[in-house]
Design a protein around this ligand. Sequence first.
Ligand code: FES
Ligand SMILES: [Fe+2]
Length: 349
Amino acid sequence: MTNIREASVNLNHWWPVAHRERFPRSGIRGIRIGPMELVVVRTAQGFAVYEDACPHKRVRLSQFGTLKQQQLLCTYHGWEFETRQGHCTSLCGMSGQPEQFNLTPYPVREYGGWVWAFPGEAAGAEATPLPDIMPANTPHRFYRVPMEGTVNCHFSFITENATDLFHAELHKAQQPWANPQLLSIEETEASVMARYRVETPNPLSALFTGRGQKEVIVRYEYPYIHLYEAGGGFYLFVTYLPHDAENTYVFSSFYFPHILKIEALSRLLLPLVEPLLIPILNQGTFRQVFLQDIRAVEEEQRAYNLTGQEASRDPNPVTHAVRRVILKQTEHCPPLRPEPLIRRPGAPL
Ligand code: FES
Ligand SMILES: [Fe+2]
């Protein structure tokens, strides 16, 4: 596999499946990570993640499942499963041993306001670390603005966009940064770390980071993107679920420290300030910037689809380092674009 736009997904990582506070207290949601369909279930007992298929006829539980107290019930034939381990508890009158029809569970963790699942080989879950999101370790010091949504492009376009600060022009109406310069770049088999120098012309951004020149660090550790100001002014964490070769579900959280650096004062004023500030940032600046990026990366996918060849010419070395890491990390994984089940007439066997 050498075509970055066909790069696959390595399931042996912790993948985000939900922002905790955005998930209903009791609910079911289907997600897709490349070839895998998973269902996230939340009850009063917590979160659980299973293969999104009823063991009976393989219909998706995200479509046919419903919650009955702490039980997950498939509304096709009424089979029931307890939600901690996914054990089948009733075949609804059919003969057979319910325990032969348990759901397949996946390891789940909660960290930093996110819910994570490990869809790869379960034995690797313990030894695989979650990403270290610095503000998630001291949440009382930061506001967190979560955002998520589907973007119609291959995940590599999103990774390149988020690690390349030379696209300040795209966001010039909001001006979160300006006049970028690349200072340094370090690359390993699994990561790229780039340091940029930028300016902060926007008064709203300057509230958090101060005006003038800033150093911004971009750290890509497949499949996670960290982008933060060296002085601690803000922290953006972005990651995604590649659905297929042209659709990606993006999760991000923007963290910024309390404006008032005095924490006790912040705690007092927070209930007054937050309801006013967060919607402005969420609906205004962050959302606009997010939408501008989506428009650009979907346009890149469109250009790629014209020929199926990568013809862009990007002089930013960070882009090429990121591509190498993605290809390295996914080289032995099954393709995101499966072979069609029905062969075209005349196509070779
Ligand atoms: S398909 Fe789910 S109970 Fe039959
Ligand atoms: Fe951007």
